[in-house]
Ligand binder design. Sequence first.
Ligand code: UDP
Length: 553
Amino acid sequence: QSQEVSQARIDYHVALQALQEHGTRMVCTGKMHTDRICRFDYLCYCSEAEEFVFFHSNSSVMLPNLGSRRFQPALLDLSSVEDHNTQYFNFVELPAAALKFMPKPVFVPDITLILNRFNPDNLMHVFHDDLLPAYYTMKQYSDLDDEARLVFMEGWGEGPHFDLYRLLSSKQPLLKEQLKNFGKLMCFTKSYVGLSKMTTWYQYGFVQPQGPKANILVSGNEIRQFARALMDKMNITRVEEMEKEGGSAEDEKEKEKKDDYIVVFSRSTTRLILNEAELIMALAQEFQMRVVTVSLEEQSFPSIVEVISGASMLVSMHGAQLITSLFLPRGAAVVELFPFAVNPEQYTPYKTLASLPGMDLHYISWRNTKEENTVTHPDRSWEQGGIAHLDKEEQDRIQASKEVPRHLCCRNPEWLFRIYQDTLVDIPSFLEVLKEGMKTKPSLKKAKVASMVHPGRVREPKCQTSVQTTNEAKLTVSWQIPWNLKFLKVREVKYEVWIQEQGENTYMPYILPQQNYTFSENIKPFTTYLVWVRCIFNKNLLGPFADVLTCRT
Ligand code: UDP
């Protein structure tokens, strides 16, 4: 029976019978609603009630079976934004016998991924909250392949970036609105509900001021693999790859030099750079490179990505368009401009992205510190930073303020007022920041050679002790290299030894280049020491500690 159901064209009667007999089956991962993804057989959706339906029968399964804790506050988050109360998923329960009294279900044969897009109008949100999480959720569950169907339940229309969502699978994604067209009751033969949050690096400030997530679990490697996959889908040939093919190192250097260019990502409606032409001239002059501008208003997204994927530097005002820095080649620089009174240190989605290990981007920020160079828009709508609706006193306070204080998302009028200013970029200070920033530009050669491989545990750790006098003793610790070291070329191998007197809270750490050492300072006779040893590659790749040694002098 299950074989029949898994075929592309499902036998309606078989499916209906399976639903009636077995009801819905759900098995989830995750301990909490914030890290849960559920897999369902025969999850149904009633479009009239706008509710998902779980049909109970003798063989239905619901794991976790939370009882009414399922509503405290929800079974899971439908979007990748953590614990947002507009993004919760739950279902209504019914006995399978109720099917007799309900409209005939329509079965969806595709393996379906059901999720909420968080803010499909904003390019940063599209990538960070939806595309990357959906891409890696699909990698996590291998039956969510190129034939998978995506269903967006947040209730919005397609939005301006729907073509990007289309790249995730060969099937047209469905919007909540369209589910009605399938009849009053539709049942997903096999579906996954929820998104992996593993790839997100930023929290938008719903409970604490915005900033990098506390525990980032993604590296540049995964971001770049995603970027490459998306570029392949967009049929973009990568400049980076083409340059690698053929030619001597000299030729290549020559070619690279000639082809180097800077991209200025311009915004045409809000948060403008008022002297863009001057900025472009200054960049061209300073770096002796071509400067090209792109904007979402003027180019197709794939053509923008094509340009960015070959650029040496991307310069832009703070804003969602900077998410395209994930398409920059390794070694490129991201230069983010901030309007007056906005502190770059507090708004770091793009800095955090550029700084992910293995992203290999060089991040530089510039802020306008000259009030005379800013143009405010107090009379605009509040969404675009207008403050005319506020008390006079509050307006005056905001106008007089020199820096937006820390705040929560999303309607802080002072923040909106300042972030929607237009800026006349002061060229000398901009070039100064740029030159200063480029001085510390890490050499890509170094970054490439630097291995990502961590040491294994040191092997056969041993200790030997001897007592010299009534107040002198020696402790010799030795070990063998980690098993994986013999397969690796590592620039620098060091060992760290921690020695703790039993019962004490503190320990003495030592860094050693060799595989054994005799400690005599601070070693007392007739005392028990606990000794930990681990290996370190290239100063910062820490291995695990070997089992603790107990050494009695
Ligand atoms: N946007 C744009 N040009 C503009 C203003 C906005 O292309 O002049 C885009 C922007 O990149 C984002 C969306 O419109 O994808 C919403 O912009 P908003 O200013 O609301 O968000 P932010 O850029 O601050 O995240």
